[in-house]
Design a protein around this ligand. Structure first.
Ligand SMILES: *Cc1c(COP(=O)(O)O)cnc(C)c1O
Length: 382
């Protein structure tokens, strides 16, 4: 197994393992990052510069799409993508309630209505068999989210979209580098949005996002939207945004792209090790359908009862853990206006109260991973 044995902490009860270790990753690329940043600073070339263009070429190549457009965040990647396909007030957009808030927020910011469809409890991704009954005359698009780093079941989603004339936007915030039946995440729908938030698998040193697409019209449109709706200097064909990805972030991402595949492989090795070591415990381990190559942004397991006690035990033993996400979006206070009640989307509600994430990132040491395994076995008396 190819696990990191350099970085890490001494064995013992003082071990502290957090959900992510940005310092550990930085230590491995520090001088390359410094070079890349200083090149931008020396040129004083901060906005819409050379690194951004190079990064866009690199990300498009990596995601197997014709175009990539850097924007200010993953949330803006969703928002500008929805604008590019003309989502307007009164429109409905189908998505999952079991995701980070931004997925639905982008829909609502345009005055459209998020319509939530429950998840497949095995993968936690949107259940395609439940989509069609939520389609109305107002439905314009579907946003599947590739949660935790593996793709939603895209073929039936794409079929439904085609049949009903809907657009598909892949929320690929957590899954750059994943693939579904040999196709890259983000390349299957009309557009894909990526987050470069520092804690994501490909994190900038600040905020950032990318839109990928094979459609030139849409790529041109989001380029205009990110720059105040301007198609030529001081000429505005749209009301847009200031949502350009800055060149310093692009320079950081270009460095990290050299390592991304290696980092994703290490995540896969750690997840495989957990899967191997934790089987037999009374918890449901993550399920990866055969058609998926996972990127393990998060390693999420489920326990039928006693979630709080289990999470408390992990924390007491130095292991950070969290539920992604503890309140499904149809139960959020700001969405009471949508009129959902508890019990409407049972699988999402159940996942929100039974799942927990274990640390999974490339810089985890073998000692740390074994500590996680040991503490879980101890908890269950194994
Ligand atoms: C992180 C995330 C976003 C938002 O990305 P930001 O870069 O933080 O704006 C959107 N959707 C999902 C599923 C995410 O995990």
């Amino acid at each position: 197994m190819n696990l990191n044995t350099q970085v890490g902490q001494p064995k013992g009860s003082n071990m502290k393992i957090s959900m992510i270790d940005l310092h550990g990753q930085y230590a491995t690329i520090k001088s390359e990052i410094a070079d890349a940043i200083m090149k931008v600073v020396d040129r004083q070339d901060f906005v819409l510069g050379k690194e951004l263009e190079a990064m866009e070429t690199e990300i498009a190549r990596y995601c197997d799409t014709k175009y990539a457009v850097g924007v200010a965040s993953g949330t803006d990647a969703l928002l500008l993508s929805l604008r590019s396909i003309d989502i307007k007030p009164g429109d409905e957009v189908i998505t999952t309630p079991f995701t980070f808030f931004a997925t639905a927020e982008a829909i609502s910011l345009l005055g459209a209505k998020p319509v939530f469809v429950d998840i497949d409890p095995r993968t936690y991704n949107i259940d395609p068999t439940l989509i069609e009954k939520k389609i109305t005359k107002a439905t314009k698009a579907i946003i599947p989210v590739h949660l935790y780093g593996q793709c939603a079941d895209m073929d039936p989603i794409l079929d439904i979209a085609k049949k009903h004339g809907l657009k598909v936007l892949e929320d690929n915030a957590q899954a750059i580098g994943a693939s579904y039946k040999g196709r890259r995440s983000g390349s299957m729908g009309d557009l894909g949005s990526i987050s470069l938030y520092p804690g994501k698998n490909l994190g900038a040193y600040g905020e950032g996002g990318v839109i990928v697409t094979n459609d030139k019209t849409l790529a041109d449109k989001v380029k205009i939207l990110r720059n105040h709706g301007s198609h030529a200097r001081y000429m505005h064909s749209e009301i847009g945004y200031n949502s350009r990805l800055d060149n310093l972030q692009a320079a950081v991402i270009l460095v990290k792209m050299r390592y991304l595949d290696k980092w994703l492989d290490t995540r896969r090795n750690i997840a495989a090790y957990y899967n191997e070591q934790l089987k037999g415990l009374p918890i449901t381990l993550p399920f990866t359908p055969e058609y998926n190559i996972h990127t393990w942004h998060l390693y999420v397991a489920k326990v039928n009862s006693g979630l709080n006690d289990l999470m408390k035990y992990l924390v007491e033993n130095g292991i950070e853990t969290r539920t992604y996400y503890p309140v499904p979006l149809h139960m959020q206070e700001c969405y009471t206006c949508l009129g959902y009640k508890k019990g409407d989307l049972k699988q999402s509600e159940e996942a929100a109260s039974t799942t927990f994430a274990l640390p999974v990132y490339p810089e985890l040491s073998k000692n740390e991973i074994d500590h996680v395994v040991k503490v879980l076995k101890q908890y269950f008396g194994k």
